[in-house]
Design a protein around this ligand. Structure first.
Ligand code: G6P
Ligand code: ZN
Length: 608
């Protein structure tokens, strides 16, 4: 290992006829490995699968070949490498550096301790300079919210020059390469880089003809700098400093911890106790770093709720005013008030409705566009209609938002920015980066709370007050998602195929008290480049506006996960218990899919 800041000894290796020394690439024979198709968000598999011979190497080579074939000159600019700190993170980083060099990359930016959140990478790609060093892309090592550790999951995804996830065209090319790969290139003689200290290491070839620089960068710097330009930190600080306000932010031992500390402790002067589970661990402390009512158990209990979102008796314990959680790679968020859960769909709608309290939007003349994934509730649609925003309904997956945000800059089309988008899967963000951004959502909510509480002499307006006021104005989209995790893939696929085959027959059918106005399989035509995404989810759109949707998850590590999404709109009846409001629709949904027959269960593993 060479310490940062030192230049490796470049004395000529006489046995090396190439004269390249530590930069000499070796070509290693390999053969295709099955199942390297990236899903909704990169390639995810068991860690052991990734650690098996050639698995990571095959994918990295295939990815780099696809990136180069797409026209990117990897010798110019920087390649960002970092991850959420899960097991195998650091080893994978060294392999990517060695393979990157062998494939022509000359400059790397690696997160300190190997840590960079997904939105953090997006910020680094977009914001970090100077121009001649600007990043052309990034490898992010994460399986997001999936558990980590030697027995759990690992993952890798590639992000492009705009800071967003590789589009389908590129991931398809990567996958195609994995099916024909015969060899990969690697600089085995390149020294292991010490990634625990910020600084630059330049390694020259033995003959001095070429050099490579690996810069270990501060994990949070680019993100914090960017967030400070978006939000009014003074206003947020005034809220946090109120005696009647308290908050807790659970990073679930993922990569978000350093970001939470940098923002809330270093910038906003709060006590360290605000940031819980803020030390990244390679197995996320044995937990499931997914911010929802089921998996963020500790926070949910602290906020006085059970996993169904019902209030629990906490005795004399003081419940914080505001609670939030992040997932393993820091792009998801969950927002809670005192004994109150905000659904991600409502959160998106409310942030959009309050966009003007965030300087980033106000300064650009106000929000112009909003988007949600198809299964996300239509709560934001009502805000868009009211406030006259362009509204888009996209397939599940953040990458679909990228084109809309870049429509002017990259495609010479209409400018939909500034733009807010979100998904029911606890993702919210804007065009400040090209990923969903957990800490951004938390700061957006704190901005809303700060705006409603600018008069410190008045009683605190709570999260629940804000949400209830929103429902009173727009009506309430009762919503839930049932997940059936770990079911067998073949019957789950057969179930989807059957519903797909029956769409015409089901249209017009009366089921319980509902009439199916449309049954279809969602197809998205990108309004910017015309690309088409088919088979994005079976929809049953009822004549009263209620919806039932089925999808197979694109992020399940093994087996299959069936997702069932249920939504019912009530214009004025806003105080029902969610499970009561949705009971009839759920019964109909279970009948329509017949999951009991196909998958042998109708009991969900998670309800969100
Ligand atoms: C990741 C993606 C999201 C997506 C989510 C759920 O977090 O970044 O865009 O909504 O996975 O995907 P899934 O296919 O598992 O429902
Ligand atoms: Zn994530």
């Amino acid at each position: 290992m060479i310490p940062i800041g030192e230049v490796k000894d470049t004395s000529l290796d006489l046995t090396d006829a190439t004269g390249l020394g530590p930069l000499k690439a070796t070509t290693v024979k390999t053969a295709p490995i099955e199942g390297q198709k990236p899903g909704t968000s990169g390639l995810r598999k068991k860690t052991k699968v990734f650690m098996a011979k050639d698995y990571l190497n095959n994918f990295v080579q295939s990815a780099l070949d696809a990136v180069k074939a797409s026209g990117t000159n990897v010798a110019e600019g920087s390649l960002v490498v970092g991850g959420d700190g899960r097991y195998f993170n650091d080893e994978a980083i060294q392999t990517i550096i060695q393979m990157g060099i062998a494939n022509g990359v000359t400059r790397f930016w690696v997160g300190k301790d190997g840590l960079l959140s997904t939105p953090g990478v997006s910020a680094v790609i977009r914001e970090r300079g100077p121009v001649w060093q600007k990043a052309f892309g990034a490898f992010i090592l994460t399986a997001s919210h999936n558990p980590g550790g030697p027995e759990e999951d690992f993952g890798i995804k590639y992000n492009c020059e705009n800071g967003g996830p590789a589009p389908d065209k590129l991931t398809e090319a990567m996958y195609a390469n994995t099916t024909t790969i015969k060899e990969y290139k690697i600089c085995e003689g390149f020294p292991t880089i010490d990634i625990s200290t910020v600084g630059s290491t330049t390694v020259k070839s033995a003959d001095g003809s070429t050099e490579v620089t690996v810069e270990v960068i501060d994990t949070t710097e680019a993100s914090v700098k960017l967030l400070k330009t978006i939000f009014d930190f003074d206003a947020i600080k005034a809220l946090l400093d109120r005696d009647d306000f308290s908050m807790v932010y659970d990073s679930m031992h993922g990569v978000n911890g350093p970001y939470a500390k940098a923002v809330f402790v270093d910038e906003l002067g709060q006590d360290e106790s605000v940031c819980v589970n803020a030390i990244p661990k390679d197995d996320f402390g044995g937990g499931h770093a997914d911010p929802n009512l089921t998996y963020a158990k500790e926070l949910v209990a602290t906020m006085g709720l059970d996993k169904k979102g019902n209030k629990i008796d906490v005795g004399d314990a003081k419940i914080p005013t505001f609670g939030a959680a992040a997932d393993g790679d820091g792009d998801r968020n969950m927002i809670l008030g005192t004994q109150f859960f905000v659904t991600p769909s409502d959160s998106l709608a409310i942030i959009a409705a309050y966009a003007d309290v965030i300087p980033f939007f106000k300064a650009q003349g106000g929000l112009k566009g909003v988007a949600r994934s198809m299964p996300t509730s239509g709560a934001v649609d009502l805000v868009a209609k009211d406030l006259n925003f362009d509204l888009f309904e996209t397939p599940t997956g953040w990458k679909y938002f990228g084109n809309l945000m870049d429509s002017k800059a990259l495609y010479g089309g209409k400018d939909y920015t500034p733009f807010i988008c979100g998904e029911e899967s606890f993702g919210t963000g804007s065009n400040h980066v090209r990923e969903k951004d957990g800490i951004w959502a938390v700061l957006a909510w704190l901005s809303i709370l700060a705006s409603e509480n600018s008069d410190a002499s008045k009683p605190l307006v709570t999260v629940e007050d804000i949400v209830t006021k929103h429902w009173a104005k727009y009506g309430r989209n009762y919503y839930c998602r049932w997940d059936f995790e770990g079911v067998d893939k073949a019957p789950a696929t057969a179930m989807m195929d059957k519903m797909r085959a029956d769409t015409t027959a089901n249209t017009g059918k009366v089921v319980g008290k509902y009439t199916i106005a449309t049954a279809d399989d969602f197809t998205y035509v990108d309004p910017v480049d015309g690309s088409i995404a088919k088979k994005q989810g079976i929809r049953f759109l009822m004549s009263d506006g209620s919806r039932i949707i089925f999808r197979l998850s694109g992020t399940a590590g093994s087996g299959a996960t069936v997702r069932m999404y249920i939504e019912q709109y009530e214009p004025s009846n806003i105080s029902m218990v969610v499970s009561d409001a949705l009971k009839d629709l759920i019964t109909v949904a279970l009948e329509l899919c017949d999951i009991k027959t196909f998958c042998g269960t109708e009991t969900p593993t998670v309800i969100t």
